[in-house]
Design a protein around this ligand. Sequence first.
Ligand code: UD1
Length: 340
Amino acid sequence: MNILITGGLGFIGSHTAVALTEAGYKPIIIDNLNNSDIKVLDKIAEIIAFKPVFYQGDCLDKILMLRIFDEQKIDGVIHFAAYKAVGESVQLPLKYYQNNIQSLCILLEVMQEKGVNNLVFSSSCTVYGQPTSLPVDENAPSLPANSPYGNTKQICEEILRDFSAVNPFKTIALRYFNPIGAHPSSLIGELPLGIPNNLVPFITQTMVKIREKLLVFGDDYPTPDGTCIRDYIHVCDLAEAHVAALFYLQKHENTSLFDTFNIGTGNGNSVLEIIKTLEEIANQKIDYQVVSRRSGDITAVYAATEKASKILHWNAKRTLKQALTDAYNWQKTAPSPKGE
Ligand code: UD1
């Protein structure tokens, strides 16, 4: 079965290409290289022992999208391609609304025209904001998003719900918690553009002296050690969740379906716990300084995982220590960050 992966050279997309291949699917990748590197294609090829079919281009290019569906027999799609920098989305909202929403609409039009009706969409736990009870389950209300980026995830989920309500179309939105780690081969991993926004790549870049020190955004939160709590999930576990979602869509009897699943480990860890675990792994002190809170950060969120376990038969298998070890090992040999 041929699966089109949009944004397939990105962090999660590249690991999903590997997981799909291991599960017997054939990945076909489209990526505009906006926030990824063409060399990732060779690294994926090294892991899976063949080079996936690759199209360089943009999902906003409907003519190209139609051509891909004409040239390849596509059985399902996993849609990763999107902008994802929260801070930038506040500054440049139209960039985010135009790209993230328009590309989904074009993809849906193309899939409809070509009669392909299975789609896995990458959503985010950001749709929950600060939940009133933890762990948060899929029935918790979506709160008003605190960034245009977060809003695009909510709007895209609504588009998928509305589209599948009136079309023979099956789609699952996976609400990721915090993806970290890298493939254990260290051939692929996270390659943030410029200064990382996210915690783990910032710490690992500090450990290899690309950054001087980590700034911890606030230690006055109402948590046991005062720092924020998140559900950090190994990117390989996350990748496998896409395979499980696709499998479920394909065997699902109804012609129409829209559903959402949390993809996390169910465990919450604080910023200081992440630092301490990485210090133990590398037997190295990490230089950090506590500064004021980052605007828009929530205190704590971690996933209720029962729904994905029961319906998708998927559970996160890897430990936090494994994820952080893989992240650190990847950083040691990773290419220098671009875009600075
Ligand atoms: C962030 C986004 C979220 C997005 C997710 C994608 C924000 C507010 N949220 O989630 O919408 O879906 O990335 O992966 O940007 N931290 C530091 N110092 C740093 C970086 C982070 O102390 O240099 C802390 C943060 O305050 C937070 C935790 O580390 O408590 C995790 O931060 P991060 O990795 O950016 O993830 P989220 O904020 O959960």
